[in-house]
Write a protein that binds this ligand. Sequence first.
Ligand code: ZN
Length: 376
Amino acid sequence: MNVIHLQKAFAFIAKGLVEKEKLLKDAPNRYPYSRDLQRGINMFLAACLELGCVGENAFKYADESSFLSHYICKPICEWFNDWDKNVLQNIKIEEQPFYAYGPFAFKRGKTDLYTVTEECVEFLNTQESNIIEGTDEHALYEKIIQLSQEDYVKVRKYIIEHPVITIEDRRAFMSEYADNTIAKDALNLAYEQFEERYTICPACGWTMVEKDYGLSCVSEYCLEHLPVISVEAWKDASSEHVYRLKKGVMRYFAQPGKLEIDIARYCEKHALDYSLWPQKDRFDIEIRFSDGEVWEIDAKAYRNALSLCSKIKQDGGFPSGNYKYGFYVVPTEYTRNKNNYTAVVNKILTDQPNIKCVTLAVIKKKIKKKVGELNG
Ligand SMILES: [Zn+2]
């Protein structure tokens, strides 16, 4: 047993928690049993016993509910409180990719249920493809990549700009792509029918619903700075046919997509020659300035800078190509109160000096400056 075993344990726990949440949503009255979660728990506890030398303590948390109530709402670093200190030093615990994450879930009010946190979902997203395959966003990417370049751009843009659609919208899309099975399949993979009482979330545009433990949306961050929602803003989807993006698609397809479209609009405003998703998913935006200089942009919506670092490493760095500069662009608000966010990411980019991580606000400034120089 070694630290790789521990990394896998965290991957399975994160995957299992997300799966459990989905099972509960699909069948609210059945116990959401996830084999991956149990596997992750067993692996973690085996590591506690064999690596961490925690003794009999490991057996106390072998069943799922005691494990969850003991560990799941604590930051990961605290999961190692009872481990042998020398062991922790030997396995360089602080450098492990899972160590700096916050809690993977929080308790829903007074119930025995948990809601998965953004930290957990981000961690899961940085895992190897054998772990994330089977997720909704992964299936969607695999599908749309089969479209022609032109349809790829159109379908991707549609999904990003329409988190919630009516049955008429859906019908219109299906008839526009009547002869295109791939596009129709993509729509079915991206959306699910939705029948609850909801309001459009002011933060993300998805369906915010009210549960007995409070309001709930795509992430706990939607509830920060929430304006007062008027009574009229609530709609009932059980009486009208509503489709919304699946949660994973909303999070990892539509959220970064908003950044991409925002940058594209900015390029349009400055009459720049650009393409959105050139070569499908190789880059997100390519800007071709009038002096021949090319910039490539990859938009990333990770709140935890370490998640972005893991993702970059997993992708093997910024894709190569004929560009002068490459930028990883993150939402400006994700770096608020975390003034070393881009510095953390840029630290792992030192072997690619023309690649930088910047915020949306900074990339716009850079584009504006470049345009200013060109226009003399
Ligand atoms: Zn939201």
